[in-house]
Design a protein around this ligand. Structure first.
Ligand code: KIV
Ligand code: NA
Length: 258
């Protein structure tokens, strides 16, 4: 049975940790789905390792929808969620509805994710959820606020900031989000949020006390030449891929292949 959003609250109650990975094309989607990920996220992080942008800000809705269509063809079991890119949802709830609606209609995704926990975002999430679109929230280090933060910095270090992030998470749950990503915040704060909410928290760089964990799959596979400090690289595919390609080039030049 394919996974639906209803599993998520149930898994939290049961204390069953939730495993989330990203995908950006047919192959990566097939592999993370075969690996048993509970949720496959077409993250706007694809802007960096896959498309070569320096931040997620330049990514367009058209670009992520193009990738999401390919991911859909590869995901059979996991819940598929698409990130709404910068400027596709902040302008108004109506703009968000059009972007989220396109993500569901055109790619076959089952939910969308958007960043932020301020009042307007909570209002937008409630608007989408009331229209039948499942939404995942994302607070803490929200990479679309790169310039506001002055870089990819840990958030929620001061008591004021921690209080604000906790209040945002509560507001997103009230708005109807089915789950929330907590990115790069202190473990203690992530624990407090996870204990307060009934919906599951999915952490990245947020310590071990979340209800689930997410990593960017290109980091797990060691495909990029850079990983954030909180990522874990399980295999260095970048080096192996370079060596395989080098071997091919050499075999052609020495006429040992074919
Ligand atoms: O874009 C992304 O990959 C994400 C995850 C890191 C949560 O938002
Ligand atoms: Na993202």
């Amino acid at each position: 049975m394919a996974i639906t959003i209803h599993k998520f609250a149930q898994w939290k109650q049961e204390g069953r940790p939730i495993a989330v990975l990203t995908a950006w094309d047919f192959l990566s989607a097939q592999m993370v789905d075969a690996a048993g990920a509970d949720l496959v996220l077409v993250g706007d992080s694809l802007a960096m390792p896959v498309l070569g942008y320096e931040t997620t800000l330049p990514l367009t809705l058209e670009e992520i929808l193009h990738h999401a269509k390919a991911v859909r063809r590869g995901v059979k079991q996991a819940l598929m969620v698409v990130d709404l890119p910068f400027l596709s949802y902040q302008v108004s709830p109506q703009a968000a509805m059009l972007a989220a609606g396109r993500a569901l209609k055109e790619t076959g995704a089952q939910a969308v994710k958007l960043e932020g926990g301020y009042e307007a975002i909570a209002t937008t999430i409630a608007f989408l959820v009331q229209a039948g679109i499942p939404v995942m929230g994302h607070v803490g280090l929200t990479p679309q606020s790169y310039h506001q933060f002055g870089g990819f910095r840990q958030q929620g270090k001061s008591d004021d900031e921690a209080e604000r992030i906790l209040a945002e998470a509560i507001a997103l749950e009230k708005a109807g989000a089915f789950s929330i990503v907590l990115e790069h915040i202190p473990a203690k704060l992530a624990q407090q949020i996870s204990q307060t909410l009934t919906i599951p928290t999915i952490g990245i760089g947020a310590g071990p006390f979340c209800d689930g964990q997410v990593l960017v799959t290109s980091d797990v596979w060691g495909l990029s030449d850079w990983q954030p400090p909180f990522a874990k690289t399980y295999v260095n595919l970048r080096q192996q891929a370079i060596e395989a390609a080098q071997q091919f080039c050499e075999d052609v030049r020495t006429q040992t292949f074919p």
